[in-house]
Write a protein that binds this ligand. Structure first.
Ligand code: ATP
Length: 252
């Protein structure tokens, strides 16, 4: 990777670009993934490249949802594999649940490479290479899912997902946790809990929150989930962007 000085004001965004570009060279990420990263970066810029209060509220609800789930599953696509492979493995190990490779632009070769990467980084259970079920309402390649993973999960974490698949999973009766920097995306608006934060910060934040809540009673975790309001959290994310932008103009 290129040597980026830590003192560079856009250090973490340049590191993320490097990781996604490397991910493409290594065959994890599609060329469309580069464009998705660009869209995400733009929203991170508007948010001030920080984890906001509303993202922390969503992360807490997501942790409570995962801890109270019967059969949770974690989805990994090409950008996720390029950006946070170790962090996704750590999250799955902390919950003892599977990772499922789930690609928008599916190719068997890419699925295999990502599954191999995750196993190399210590994952215990990686699904997605032999899908045996279809999510209703999606075209064939995008509908593929695995029993014991996303297909029959009650709670699914879908970082950087597209709106159609999010909506189809919700229509199956699942609780869906999205990680998406765009509070206006269809995914963010359709999900049960939307963490509007960069995946680089969101996944370690979620694992830390799971550790913090691991000794909390089931009843208290259910209260956290019940009192969570995704629409309110998305409105707060918009206000946080607005406040940040005004501050930038007022204090150049
Ligand atoms: P939707 O169908 O939900 O409206 P979309 O078509 O806008 O989504 P996609 O290209 O399908 O977007 O998915 C990429 C999404 O992931 C975008 O909303 C983008 O903001 C978000 N994203 C990209 N990179 C990151 C990142 N590093 N961290 C968090 N979110 C990201």
């Amino acid at each position: 990777m290129t040597d980026i000085p830590k003192s560079h004001p856009r250090y973490s965004s340049l590191v993320a670009r490097e990781r996604v570009t490397e991910g493409m060279k290594k065959g994890y990420t599609s060329s469309q993934g580069l464009i998705a990263q660009g869209r995400g970066e733009c929203f991170d810029y508007l948010l001030g490249e920080r984890t906001t209060a509303s993202a922390k509220t969503a992360t807490r609800a997501a942790a409570a949802l995962l801890l109270t789930a019967e059969r949770p599953a974690l989805s990994v696509n090409g950008n996720v594999a390029a950006l946070v492979p170790d962090e996704m493995v750590a999250l799955s190990l902390s919950l003892g649940i599977p990772l499922e490779v789930n690609l928008f632009h599916r190719s068997e070769e890419r699925v295999k490479r990502i599954a191999h990467l995750l196993r190399e980084r210590g994952a215990k259970e990686v699904l997605g290479e032999r899908p045996d079920a279809s999510v209703p309402g999606l075209d064939h390649a995008r509908a593929l899912a695995t029993r014991g993973g996303i297909y029959d999960a009650d709670v699914v974490l879908i970082p950087l997902e597209d709106g159609d698949r999010c909506e189809a999973l919700v229509a199956m009766g699942k609780k869906v946790i999205a990680i998406d920097l765009n509070p206006l995306s269809r995914t963010a608006r359709k999900a049960t809990v939307s963490i509007v934060d960069n995946i680089l910060r969101a996944v370690p934040g979620l694992t830390a929150q799971i550790q913090q809540l691991s000794s909390v009673s089931r009843a208290d975790l259910q209260t956290i989930v019940k009192s969570y309001d995704n629409r309110l959290v998305l409105s707060q994310a918009i206000s946080e962007i607005q406040e940040h932008l005004l501050e930038q103009i007022q204090n150049p």
